[in-house]
Design a protein around this ligand. Structure first.
Ligand code: UT7
Length: 332
C-alpha cells in the first residue's frame, strides 16, 4: 500500500491551569496585554513531580489508540517530536517505548521545535510508504514551563508557552491519507529563538562551576518581533506550496490547523488568504503555545468537535525555531 493515513488522534494537557491573572501576580504584565498581543487567556503548566514528557505522551497515545480501535502491540515505530525531552539524552521516544511496554521496537526523536510534529509526520509517512514500518506512533509533546524565566525579565517569552502532548497513529492506506508534506529550514536565524545550554558549543575553560550555575543560559531566548515577521511570510508560502503541489486552491481547504504560535499570526494568515472562520482552527486561547504539541492537540480537539470529517482536506502548517517551517495536506 503506497500511502499512509491517520487512524486515530489523542491529546493530554496537565490539570494545572495558569491564568493571565496568576501571571500578573508574579511579573509585571497585564491580562489585557497578553490577550491583545497573543490571544492567550490561560495555559497549562505541569506539576513536575507528577508529569513527564513521555508520561503525557503515553496518555495521548492511549486516547489515539482507542479512537483508532488499536492497541499498543500494533505499533512498530515511534517518532517523537520534542525540544524538551525528559533527559538531555536519551530522547523521550525510548522512554515512551518503555512506558508502553514495547521492548525492541524502533523509536526516534525529532528536535524541530514548532515544526517538529509535521517533520515527524513526514518521517513516519516515508517509512510507511517504503514498507519498512506499518503502524507508526507520531508524537508532539513538550514541558516548557520548567525552562521559562517566570519573572518580569522573561515576560516576553514566559506568558506565551504551555505544556501538553498530542499523538497520531499513522497506518498504511490504499489511498491518501497524507497527500504531501513540505519541509524547510534556515539556520541563519538559529539564535533568534533558542536555548543555549546544555549545549556543547562552549569551550571547556568556560565550563566552570559559576557558569554552570548561571541558569540564564538554560532559559528560552526569543526575538519575538523577528520571529513574528518571518512566521507570517513562511506560513503563507508553505501553505501555498502544499496547495500547488496538489493542484488545489484555498477554497479546497476544509480546515487549516496552524501551529498555535500567536493568535495574531493565525488571524493574519486567515485574513490574507481570505479563509472563513470555519476553515481555521485555533485553541491557543486555552493552551498557549505548546510548540511540537500544538498541532496534534488542536487536530485531536478539532476531530472530537466534529470539525474533521471523511473526505475533508486538512492543512497543517508550522513555523518556529531554527528557523524551520513545514506543511502537510491530508485527505481525511
Ligand atoms: O512558536 C513559534 C515561534 N514563536 C512565535 O511565533 C512568536 C512570535 N512573536 C510573538 O508572538 C510576539 O512577538 C510576542 C507576543 C512575543 C511579543 O509581542 P510584540 O507585540 O512583538 O511585543 P514586543 O516584544 O514588541 O514588546 C512591546 C512592548 C515592550 O515594551 P516597550 O519597549 O514598548 O516599552 C515590551 O517590554 O511590550 C512589552 N512587553 C510586555 N508587557 C507586558 C513584552 N512582554 C510583555 C508582557 N507584558 N508579557
Amino acid at each position: 500500500m503506497p500511502y499512509s493515513r491517520i487512524a486515530g488522534l489523542g491529546h493530554y494537557v496537565p490539570d494545572n491551569v495558569i491564568t493571565n491573572e496568576y501571571l500578573t501576580s508574579v511579573m509585571d504584565t497585564t491580562n489585557d496585554w497578553i490577550i491583545e498581543r497573543t490571544g492567550i487567556r490561560e495555559r497549562r503548566w505541569v506539576d513536575p513531580t507528577k508529569d513527564t514528557v513521555a508520561g503525557m505522551a503515553a496518555k495521548a497515545t492511549r486516547m489515539a489508540l482507542q479512537r483508532a480501535h488499536m492497541t499498543e502491540k500494533d505499533i512498530d515505530f515511534i517518532v517523537f517530536a520534542t525540544i524538551t525531552p525528559d533527559y538531555f539524552f536519551p530522547g523521550s521516544g525510548v522512554l515512551l517505548q518503555r512506558e508502553l511496554g514495547l521492548e525492541g521496537i524502533a523509536a526516534m526523536d525529532i528536535r524541530n521545535a514548532c515544526s517538529g510534529f509535521i517533520y515527524a509526520l513526514s518521517t513516519a509517512d516515508q517509512f510507511i510508504k517504503s514498507g519498512m514500518y506499518k503502524n507508526v506512533l507520531v508524537i508532539g509533546a513538550e514541558i516548557q514551563s520548567t525552562a521559562l524565566d517566570v519573572t518580569t525579565r522573561g515576560r516576553n517569552v514566559s506568558v506565551i508557552f504551555g505544556d501538553g502532548a498530542g499523538a497520531a497513529v499513522l497506518v498504511p492506506s490504499e489511498k491518501p491519507g497524507l497527500l504531501s508534506t513540505h519541509l524547510h529550514s534556515d539556520g541563519r536565524f538559529a539564535e533568534e529563538l533558542y536555548v543555549k545550554d546544555p549545549g556543547s558549543s562552549r569551550p571547556r575553560e568556560e565550563r566552570q562551576p559559576e557558569q554552570i550555575l548561571d541558569t540564564t543560559t538554560y532559559k528560552v531566548v526569543m526575538n519575538g518581533n523577528q520571529v513574528f515577521k518571518h512566521a507570517v511570510v513562511r506560513f503563507m508560502e508553505v501553505i501555498n506550496e502544499a496547495l500547488k503541489a496538489n493542484h488545489m486552491s484555498k477554497e479546497d481547504i476544509s480546515l487549516l490547523v496552524p501551529h498555535q504560535a500567536n493568535l495574531r499570526i493565525s488571524q493574519f494568515i486567515q485574513e490574507k488568504m481570505a479563509l472563513r472562520d470555519d476553515q481555521v482552527y485555533n485553541n491557543i486561547m486555552r493552551y498557549g503555545n505548546t510548540t511540537a504539541a500544538s498541532i496534534p492537540i488542536a487536530l485531536s480537539e478539532a476531530w472530537a468537535e466534529g470539525r474533521v470529517k471523511e473526505n475533508d482536506v486538512i492543512c497543517l502548517a508550522a513555523f518556529g525555531s531554527g528557523f524551520t517551517w513545514a506543511s502537510a495536506l491530508i485527505r481525511w
